[in-house]
Design a protein around this ligand. Structure first.
Ligand code: F6P
Ligand code: MG
Length: 435
């Protein structure tokens, strides 16, 4: 690839990357500081004066980070005890060598500095004693699930009814259900808390009812190709979900996975979760298990049915929960084979890999300033451990695989004209099985 496009970067004034580095991520950082400051009383209750001192230490380090960002300081090497430090610092050296100077917030690749912010937040906690495993985004993630109670109930009832007696389902029934639930799962990605800067962004409507009115907003839809892949007779039946956000989106992932198993389109689903708090709402193993607990305790019959069944699935291994530090490092996925060969080899054993959400899309395509008409397969730059697809609502000014003139047409027709690429109102389902 002699002539790859530039990385998206805050150095392009007026771009979404610029706006994000200048305003959006600093405000997320300030909210983390606020969460800590508001909880001093609680830390005192739980851990005494030592707890408060610990929290103040974290706040001090985060304030320092905020200052580094605002004054466009160079990116510093990581110093904490996490196993991924080497990976990060090696990357820092590489980027410095290529650039001829250390990377900085407003001059370097947006993907790198935005990931780095979340990693530095983690370092501020790692360097404490009591709060090392404190998740500053947990309360928001929990509210996200609890506030989606009614769409969760209607979706649970719908799926339970639809799959009650799987042996009576025709191929056509299964196909229809597949199409519906993949769309529910796609639109679940609207509900993330990073794009909204952490303000409420919950699923409010009946997710099935909503589908027909949302249909025109799917600007590339390769669901048929995904169906053909997953419906292949005799193929291996492992599906991998590269999970994005907790809350309603995670619930929609679980429902999608359940449908795959209930209809025998898959016999095992691997969920890939983040190993540390990430982009506000991304799901950790703890969020996943907490979600199952909440569902199990529900007074709604279909919801608690699934809560129970899904605990069983985790136990009996039809659902496998995985974590890998690669998902929270700054590398785009074309580097996976070199940087995390174990993960790449693991994904290669999957029949279909489903990447959820915007950040995964950025990492799949390298977060480069691609022409919108570049084919999806080309933007992968060699990354294809197995057949893969992406379910993504657009929240970054990056999109590939459009037809000639399509972007211009959408821009003319869109209500949010200039920010259609970042509003989360438009979506793509893209697929690749051959480069
Ligand atoms: O800060 C912006 C961003 O990286 C966007 O690209 C996206 O809006 C969000 O964070 C994460 O979105 P998602 O949860 O869909 O990956
Ligand atoms: Mg996310």
């Amino acid at each position: 690839h002699a002539t790859l496009p530039d990385s998206l970067s805050a150095k392009f004034k007026g771009s979404f990357a610029y706006k994000t580095v200048k305003d959006r991520i600093p405000s997320i950082l300030v909210k983390v500081i606020d969460v800590l400051a508001r909880n001093y009383g609680k830390f005192k209750e739980d851990y005494g004066e030592e707890g408060v001192e610990d929290a103040k230490g974290v706040v001090g380090r985060l304030s320092g980070l905020r200052n580094e960002m605002q004054t466009d300081k160079p990116v510093l090497p990581l110093t904490d005890g996490r196993a991924d430090v080497k990976l990060w610092n090696r990357y820092l050296e590489e980027v410095s060598a290529v650039q001829g100077s250390p990377p900085s917030w407003f001059t370097s690749a947006w993907l790198y500095v935005e990931c780095y912010m979340y990693r530095r937040i983690q370092q501020a906690f790692e360097d404490s004693t009591i709060l090392r495993t404190f998740d500053p985004f947990r309360a928001q993630k929990e509210a996200g699930l609890l506030n989606s109670e009614s769409p969760i109930q209607s979706l649970a009832s719908y799926v339970q009814q639809a799959t009650q007696d799987p042996s009576t389902l025709s191929q056509q029934d299964i196909h229809t259900l597949f199409n519906q639930l993949i769309q529910v799962n796609l639109w679940g990605n609207k509900c993330d808390l990073s794009i909204s800067g952490g303000t409420e962004n919950y699923q409010k409507h009946d997710p099935i009812q909503q589908l027909s009115s949302l249909r025109p907003f799917i600007i590339v839809d390769q669901t048929d190709q995904i169906w053909n892949r997953i419906n292949q007779p005799g193929a291996s039946k492992r599906v991998d979900l590269i999970v994005d956000n907790a809350g309603f989106e995670l619930f929609s992932d679980l429902v999608f996975a359940e449908m795959l198993l209930a209809t025998k389109l898959a016999d095992v689903v691997h969920f890939h979760l983040k190993a540390m708090p990430w982009f506000v709402s991304d799901a950790l193993r703890g969020d996943f298990m907490w979600t199952l607990d909440v569902l199990r305790a529900s007074g709604h019959a279909a919801v608690s049915h699934y809560g129970n069944l899904w605990h069983e699935r985790v136990k009996d291994g039809t659902w496998v929960l995985c974590e890998h530090d690669f998902w929270t490092c700054p590398h785009d996925y074309s580097k996976m084979e070199a940087v995390a060969p174990d993960l790449y080899a693991d994904l290669a054993r999957s029949h279909l890999i489903v990447f959820k959400g915007d950040l995964n899309y950025r990492k799949i395509t390298g977060d480069l300033k691609w022409a919108h008409t570049v084919p999806f397969s080309e933007a992968l730059r060699g990354f294809l451990p197995s057949a893969l697809c992406t379910l993504r609502t657009l929240k970054a000014d990056l999109i590939v695989g459009l037809e000639e003139g399509q972007a211009e047409r959408i821009e003319r027709e869109a209500e949010e004209a200039s920010d259609w690429m970042v509003s989360g109102n438009w979506a793509v389902v893209q697929y690749c099985e051959q480069l």
